[in-house]
Design a protein around this ligand. Structure first.
Ligand code: GSH
Length: 196
């Protein structure tokens, strides 16, 4: 295990940061969060990540990593216990596909609704519900990075956009299962505190 100090340039209300916070918590990795005001981002953030976006992970010694999916996978390799990808290569590949296709499978319609534009979020939630009716977690029988990669938006859809999950029973049960995990339950509290 790396003994280097980790800093996470973070924003409590950011779902991409939430992905990373969940993985850090699941693995019990100590880190120093540095909250970024997204409405008044410091100029130095651009030196850490030219896009100025969070999350950014910094490891003592100057190693900088932006992009939530890249950070999640890095942490899973750097801190292998508990593993957050399935051991089976096919399940792992399908889990990666969930993350790769996140925008098409959830993100685009979530953000359309958030902007007050026409949105087919209901269709995306129905698709998720169908997938989770067939298996307990997105990448198969075990909880993992794919679930951590989607749950921040499901929490925010419910808390901030008023989306009712009752019509999606498998998705609701998945959320209940995830909520039993302290790493995810902590995000529920944070989402509630930052709901707008
Ligand atoms: N692809 C990036 C997206 C990160 C992202 O969009 N973060 C938002 C906050 S939730 C941000 O920093 N927005 C500032 C901006 O867009 O300028 C990732 O997965 O980390």
């Amino acid at each position: 295990m790396s003994g280097l100090v980790l800093t996470l340039y973070d924003a409590a209300r950011c779902p991409y940061c939430a992905r990373v916070r969940i993985v850090l918590a699941e693995k019990g990795i100590g880190y120093e969060p540095q909250e970024i005001d997204l409405s008044d981002r410091p100029a130095w953030l651009y030196a850490k990540n030219p896009s100025g976006r969070v999350p950014v992970l910094e490891e003592g010694g100057g190693f900088l990593l932006p992009e939530s999916v890249v950070i999640m996978e890095y942490l899973d390799e750097r801190y292998p216990e508990p593993a957050m990808w399935p051991a089976d290569p096919a399940e792992r590949a399908l889990g990666r596909l969930w993350l790769e296709r996140f925008d098409a499978r959830l993100g685009h319609e979530y953000y359309a609704l958030r902007r007050g534009e026409p949105s087919r979020l209901d269709e995306r939630l129905r698709d998720l519900d169908e997938a989770l009716d067939a298996q307990p977690f997105l990448s198969g029988p075990q909880y993992g990075l794919a679930d951590a990669g989607y749950v921040p938006w499901i929490l925010r859809a419910r808390a901030n956009l008023g989306v009712d999950l009752e019509p999606y029973p498998a998705l609701s049960t998945w959320l209940e299962r995830l909520m039993e995990r302290p790493a995810v339950a902590a995000e529920l509290e944070l989402t509630a505190a930052h709901s707008r």
